[in-house]
Design a protein around this ligand. Structure first.
Ligand code: BG6
Ligand code: MG
Length: 218
């Protein structure tokens, strides 16, 4: 059986941490008198912490010093981590372990490709740290999604050509990154949002083992 490279985003694909990012950003935005909706939150999915704060400040038309910027980023992350600290394996999204186990049985290389600097902490909290052959996260990249850097590093570390890689992503920026890297992109979420992906599934319960086998053999 041929070997591919399977790359998983973390937030919104393996665990539903998007809701915690939302709560922490909304708290911060509201403290600055900036409204923050779920639609705006959608635009922050897959986007780095720095870029997220820049966007929120621009929505509020607010300019602040660099020191204040750093202070707000730390504040948001501290708040986010209070949610992360409550996490355990029950927060792994449905059928994710099943897909990971299936790939392992088929001896397929598996990577994590996330923009988050908290990725390793989260994987340890939910007990999936050992499930990946390699982990590439926000600490390893200089360019954020939609730049393909994170996925290209993951492919290299898996010893797989980019065109033999398959990326699971819940964000528009991440799907664009996978497409730019010449990888097969699989959107996890709404077709109306992730239309640029090669395939879109609502969640992993909708992905059959036949489909995974097809990805491996084609
Ligand atoms: C991405 C999330 O995975 O990671 C974004 O979708 C988040 O919402 C980004 O801003 C950076 O995460 P962190 O944990 O380093 O702040
Ligand atoms: Mg994501």
């Amino acid at each position: 059986m041929s070997k591919k490279g399977f790359i998983f985003d973390l937030d919104g694909v393996i665990v539903d941490t998007a809701k915690y990012h939302f709560l922490a950003w909304r708290k911060l935005a509201n403290s600055l008198d900036i409204d923050f909706s779920e639609t705006q939150n959608e635009q922050l999915k897959g986007v780095s912490r720095v870029r997220s704060l820049e966007k929120i400040l621009s929505w509020g038309d607010i300019t602040i010093s660099e020191d204040k910027f750093m202070e707000l980023m730390a504040k948001k992350n501290d708040d986010y981590l209070t949610h992360i600290n409550t996490m355990d394996e029950n927060e792994i999204l449905a059928d994710v372990p099943k897909v990971l186990e299936h790939l392992k049985e088929q001896k397929q290389p598996i990577a994590l490709g996330s923009a988050s600097k908290n990725a390793r902490t989260i994987l340890k909290k939910v007990g999936l740290y050992k499930s990946f052959d390699t982990i590439v996260d926000g600490n390893d990249v200089s360019k954020a999604k939609p730049d393909p850097e994170v996925f290209l590093i993951a492919a290299k570390q898996l010893n797989t050509n980019p065109e033999d890689c398959i990326v699971f992503e819940d964000s528009v920026a991440g799907i664009q990154a996978a497409n730019t890297a010449n990888m097969i992109s699989i959107g996890i979420g709404e077709e109306s949002i992730l239309g640029e992906a090669d395939y879109v599934f609502k969640d992993f319960t909708q992905i059959s083992s036949e489909f995974i086998t097809e990805l491996i053999t084609n």
